[in-house]
Design a binder for this molecule. Sequence first.
Ligand code: KIV
Length: 276
Amino acid sequence: MERNWFTGMKKLTTRKIRKSKLSATGKSLQVLTCYDYQTAQMLNETELDMILVGDSLGNVVLGYDTTVQVSLTEMSIFGAAVRRGAPNKFVIVDMPFGSYTTFDKALENATKLFQETQAEALKLEGAYPHQLDIIKRLTQSGIPVMGHIGLTPQSVHEQGGYYTHGKDDSDKARLLAEAKLLEEAGCFSIVLECVTDEIATIITRELSIPTIGIGAGKNTDGQVLVINDLLKMGPGKYPNFCKPIANFYEQKLKLISEYILKSKKADNSDDADLHH
Ligand code: KIV
């Protein structure tokens, strides 16, 4: 970790992250999502490398069906809350669906999100030619960009559902080409979501910037998980690549239910006393 010359704070920088290949450091970069101030305060005290304010907040915080519904304002509010809670962490905020369809729109929205959240970087999904051009020009404008290929949830309808990518030769070739183009466009790191172990290993070997996997096997330079999955914070199903370390939903349900029952009994006895 380096101290920022201006703020004096110890946190990762894009320069440091770019060099953090597992093969060179022997250490896997650890990234977790986070959406709120108090969880960010807790993560700020850990050795976590980066925090992602993912648009997965649409699913796990706001209860939307897909991330397509998430707005720029929502990303800005949650991103800024996380920033306030974790001043010592490298924070990345997702650009939401529809906010980077043209270069002018992307620059305006990215500048707004970057300034409002005070994040260190933004993440954009996809590697179509217009997106590569946008990424190139954002990085040239001083906004670091993390890429994201494979399963890109904002394109769930266009991709035709949630599934593992890179199973056949043409898909593998496409993913490798996209990863290389994202590196060339200036990304400091790339998320590989739900791609086969094989193509994740190849991409990781071929790129000089770190790959961060989610459902992409063990050979990427780092891993990212949705914190709600890791702690089992909801009652729903969890992705099979995530091994939860707790069952917060059950624990909280039990504690709160017990508290309510106990409080009701206490209330009854108070009532009884009052009406005596
Ligand atoms: O939105 C998100 O949480 C993400 C991760 C799953 C990589 O993009």
